[in-house]
Design a protein around this ligand. Structure first.
Ligand SMILES: [Zn+2]
Length: 478
């Protein structure tokens, strides 16, 4: 006998219920999927210097609150109930993204915008104990990983666009290109080069710390000391790579750097990596007000371990999160959150929450660059640097942790819409400069005015570069 579903239903009435339930489940899933694709922002652009953004505002780690933001002259000038804000600015342009989350733009305090266009060397293994080893300056016994500088503006633009499309509005690191995201860095020759000044010293103990610090050994004597090379004027925040590794040289860097900080107050200090910090030096971070800038994927890919973040937090340290470069780090902060969460679940019994990562990438990222009163918060007086992302549940932080680039509905820098997910907008209603498309996204750029290349050249020049949307071929996070 042929066993058909009709027979089964006849013979087993319970199955009728089961089939109906299955159908309902499919309907709900299908319905959710439709909602996901149709989560839209209704836009009305007016001839006005004011903009209103409406949605579920994330002001702190307690969750979100429905409301509106009023923007004027690149700043948030008011925030409150939609009706009130609309009545204060009846002629403003409006982005009504009521079904989505509105967050401060993400702040990535550690990238290398001139060194982040290529895929990781497949020979990279987590066998190193100091960065001098994979850089090829600690002796020929170590395999030197392959990496390459990008020279052309059209390539640097692509790298920054990768971060912008994932909701990043401030990117720290030497190099890069003016426009798009706000760059944080410092140049002795051109002091106006960077939007936010930050001394992003990559080699505070010279080109080879292994050599520079070879007179010292662990454990250090109390009188041992060596100051890092600091060239920027006092007052500029200092954000060097320190203790990038697990060996004695890394530990010495950490101790000497924190000694330097304690003797030289008067500027903001942060510390990128810190994998090799001793336990007692981790405990000094809070008292010295030094923010730890954590790059979990890069640490794990090169050194096979990372900073014990729960321990750092227990010691009261402020922690920011960052991608480092494409050769060993995540391609964007969304991927870095996932790597961090993977480590957190595997090693620390899920100590960290989605809200922790969000805070690391907004408020604490801003603090690490000394811009905590300028950006990184939805608050009156702050820059209108904003990321809008898809709302799937009532937990914005869980949703952020599962967000892909296609879930980033729009990114605004200084109140200007710079990129977005095309499916969430009626494209005919967007400003004219938003007519450039890459995949499912649009970008708002006046190429003729601001750049030496066209949109077509952008696409054709970056075919070999790390892609804008796909995490494929990222370094390991295991
Ligand atoms: Zn780095």
């Amino acid at each position: 006998m042929i066993y058909t579903q009709a027979n089964a239903i006849k013979q087993e009435p319970m199955k009728v219920v089961l089939v109906a339930v299955q159908f309902l489940v499919l309907l709900v899933l299908f319905g959710c999927e439709s909602t996901r694709h149709s989560q839209r922002c209704d836009v009305s652009i007016r001839q006005s210097d004011e903009t209103i953004i409406i949605g579920n505002l994330i002001k702190d780690t307690s969750g979100s609150e429905y409301g509106a933001i009023l923007i004027r002259d690149s700043r948030i000038v008011d925030i409150g109930e939609t009706k009130d804000i609309k009545s204060k600015a009846p002629d403003a342009s409006v982005f009504d993204c009521s079904s989505s989350y509105i967050s401060p733009g993400l702040i990535n305090p550690h990238e290398h915008p001139d060194w982040s266009g290529g895929f990781p060397d497949p020979m990279t293994r987590p066998v190193y104990s100091h960065r001098d080893q994979w850089r090829g300056v600690a002796g020929p016994e170590y395999y030197k990983v392959k990496f390459e500088r990008v020279e052309e503006d059209v390539q640097k633009f692509w790298i920054e666009l990768r971060h912008l499309l994932s909701g990043t509005t401030t990117l720290a690191g030497s190099g890069g290109i003016a426009g798009l995201v706000k760059n944080a860095g410092y140049s002795e020759e051109d002091k106006s080069r960077y939007f936010y000044p930050a001394d992003m010293e990559t080699f505070p103990y010279g080109f080879s710390a292994t050599e520079e610090l070879m007179d010292f050994s662990c454990p250090l004597a109390a009188t041992d000391s060596r100051d890092p090379e600091v060239d920027s004027p006092a007052g500029t925040c200092y954000v060097p790579h320190i203790a990038e590794g697990t060996n004695c040289t890394a530990e010495i860097e950490g101790k000497f750097y924190l000694d330097y900080v304690s003797k030289n107050p008067g500027r903001r200090y942060s510390l990128i990596h810190g994998v090799g910090l001793s336990r007692s030096d981790v405990e000094r971070l809070k008292g010295l007000d030094v923010t730890l800038i954590w790059s979990p994927r890069s640490n794990v890919a090169l050194y096979g371990s990372t900073v014990d973040i729960p321990n750092a937090l227990r010691a009261g340290a402020r922690v920011a999160i960052s991608t480092d470069w494409s050769y060993s780090g995540s391609y964007n902060l969304l991927e870095e959150f996932r790597c961090a969460e993977h480590i957190d679940n595997a090693k620390w019994d899920d100590h960290l929450s989605g809200g922790d990562y969000w805070r690391m990438a907004t408020e604490h990222g801003a603090y690490s660059l000394s811009v905590e009163n300028l950006t990184g918060k939805l608050e009156q007086g702050f820059a209108a640097d904003i990321m809008i992302f898809r709302r799937r549940t009532n937990d914005p932080f869980a949703d952020l942790l599962s967000s892909q680039v296609s879930d980033v509905i729009a990114t605004f820098v200084d109140g200007e819409l710079l990129s977005g997910y095309s499916g969430s907008f009626d494209l005919s209603k967007l400003p004219a400069q938003c007519s450039h498309h890459i995949g499912q996204h649009f970008i708002c750029v006046d190429y003729a005015r601001d750049y030496s290349f066209s949109h077509e050249e952008l696409l054709s020049s970056n075919k070999e570069a790390v892609p804008l949307f796909s995490p494929d071929r990222q370094a390991n996070c295991e």
